[in-house]
Design a protein around this ligand. Sequence first.
Ligand code: ATP
Length: 869
Amino acid sequence: MGEKNALTPRSGEKAGGIGILSTPGKCRSKEEKIFVTVRVRPMSSREIAQRDTADWECPDDHTVSYKQQPDRSPYPARYSFDRVFGPESSTKVVYEEGAKDVALSALSGINSTIFAYGQTSSGKTFTMRGVIENAIVDIYDAIEKNHQREYILKIAGLEIYNEVVRDLLNPDTGALRLLDDPERGTIVEKLTDTIVRDCKHLRQVLSICEAQRQVGETMLNDASSRSHQIIRLTVESIPRENGNGNGTVNSMVATLNFVDLAGSERASQTLSDGTRLKEGCHINRSLLTLSTVIRKLSNRTKSGHIPYRDSKLTRILQLSLGGNARTAIICTMSPARAHVEQSRNTLAFATRAKEVTNNAHVNLVVSDKDLVKQLQKEVARLEAELRIPEAALSSDALLHQKEQQIQKELIRQRDAAKTQLNEVLAKMGDEQRDPKELCTPTKKQLLVDELGCPSKAPFMLIQEIRKLEKLQDELGEDASRALEALQKEVECLRLAQVDMNQDAVQTITKLQEEIKNLHVQHRKDENEIEVQTSVSTDVSSPKLKTPTRRRKLLPSTMGSTTSSSRQLFANSPPCSPKTTRSALQENNENNPPRSSENTPPSGGHRRSNSVDIRKMQNMFKTAAEDNIKSIRAYVTELKERVAKLQYQKQLLVCQVLELESNNTGGENEYGEMTPSLHSPSGWRLQFEKQRMQIIELWDVCQVSIIHRTQFYLLFRGDPADAMYMEVEFRRLLWLQEQFAKNDQNQGPGVTDEDNISSYAASVKALRREREMLAKRMRRMPPEMKDELLVKWEIPLESKQRKLQLIEKLWTDARDMQHIQDSAEVVAMIVGFWEPGSASKEMFALNFAPPSSQKPFHFGWNSISTMLNL
Ligand SMILES: Nc1ncnc2c1ncn2[C@@H]1O[C@H](COP(=O)(O)OP(=O)(O)OP(=O)(O)O)[C@@H](O)[C@H]1O
């Protein structure tokens, strides 16, 4: 019991949070087993008179053993418990060593229960009376010694008689109802709680309870308790100093239950009938439920329903049985041989009870008054925060600061660009207006100085203009992006702070207005620049062409003029996925990144004058983070829509093909006559032939062998498959054509990575797929693996035997047995083949070259992934 003192709370411990302050709070809970002791009473005079013998003995403080144990008895001869008290043990010792620690926990805010269990006349009432008396003395003693806290004790008494709950302090109320409280568990409605004045008053109240309890005479006990009695002490305490210094008053509240159960009895032994028999039935039934609850709790590994609700006793004691309470059970037994069977039952119950774990914690409460005070403080604090714009609108202020920084930066860059442009235009204007002036020594010299070589001047000027144009474009894009992102951030903030005070709302509105103005101002400025650009472009007569390669690499919104990018942003609602971030993302995902490698160098201008996109992205990253999910969902949805459209398109292609074939009167594209598709034999022939062609084309185009397997196993000759066959055939022809074209065009500097539809890239992809399948073979059961190796004639001990096997698959397009076997092996490895599990509509009929498809997608579920869109 000593280690359980660890549960004693420190004084001034704080409750978890405002939400639970009005009800018992939860602090430092600890799992702890029920403390189980056994008390063997002396032989009663009745037992002695009947010449019964004492068959039980207590060899030590933890063991009780049966003296007359037969050799082959199914029962244990010895039982061990936390403490065993022999017939000579006094009740004081039983209390001190078996109940005191638990009883006094209530003073520390921990719920506690002590109950006596045993057969009738085994000494439960005798023991509990002593335990209660000793506990009262100790409780008052402890209260007197504790000068730091003030205690209030309340007492209530109830009995459960024939499954009816009665108030022992107010018997006239009749049957009491049990109610379920989410915080406190089961509560007894209208149970009288009497505030105890002092120890003497407590004893008086206890005696009233005792007097009210149902007692009757039975064959075994002259004063047998016919009901379960629960005496409930409620111990509340508050620190005398009234608070812990931080405004929270720590009240603790705990209940201490003393439970004196009615004893289990056998009608044969008690020779009861009539009323006693009925009582005995109720007693036994509720004790049986208690026993079941204990048994189930003791075997928690087999989680299951705990039937607390099957009896009033277990409902009321629910917290004490596996819940928020410390519990001690004192099992009483007679040593007499006549009761050996009942005693064994008691010991079995005690053994199970030892395994039940409770989870007690200190219960803290804050009175309503204190709670109101605390909430008032919190409200005042929040109000004060809202009144101070800096504090309440810190995020707003930060945003404003950012916006100002960006604005400054944009203005600075715009001015720099303008100045440069003006300078260049001035020089050019001078040149055009008065060519002679250029020949004047000063001006000519100036230009020569500036450009290095007079003969290169026009070319250099064009270069300068080109750089400026680029700069303007970039600036415009950057500004649009920045403003859009800013607007979005403000919008999101506004939405999030709808409930903010009026000040905040006004500030936001003002900020938005400012941004709007800035946007208008920016456009105005930009228009000016555009006008100047067109002037400069006109002036520089040779049309400046962006190199084709660059145009191809840059997405339209990045590579074209600012107006198109503005259009994109302008069309997007602020919080739709198509905001700045998504636009950037889409560009990044679908196009090569705009890195220094892909963007032609624009001198030092970009570095020095352009807005740092990376920096800006980082600035807005946080705000955009939340939007990413919706962007992804949006993109996925788009992909799926595209996939569906693609599929619809393919169906149309098939219909056209069908019409074509009808129009040509059964003549195929090779000028051969095809058998009628409407006759089964005709279709079969056509199918076999087309399948052969497809298999050969797969081989030629180095198509994924997983794809081949899927297709081969799915389309087995059903006439309804005609269009799928045709589409696959057309697709492969197209691929073959593409490969031929690409291989012709492929120059020495172009790698396979550049040219994803090259034959070489497909070969590489197929090799990777084979390697992956070889790795995947490891998951197969060894016997199955060996069987396959043998079948495919791979030596079992050879190196890389799995890869050897995979490399043999799908290699002979003309051998149908080989194809069939290959398909089976691939399907087995990938594990996707379950006949009937896949629909043909889900099949990937993609016109993308195989090398650009992701080869390792298993399963048939996602159209978008399968179509690789
Ligand atoms: N440890 C003990 N030492 C001496 N006498 C005892 C002891 N335990 C019980 N007795 C006596 O045995 C008798 C039966 O005890 P008690 O009424 O407490 O049994 P019980 O288990 O409460 O029975 P029931 O379930 O029928 O109410 C009483 O006369 C009591 O005084």
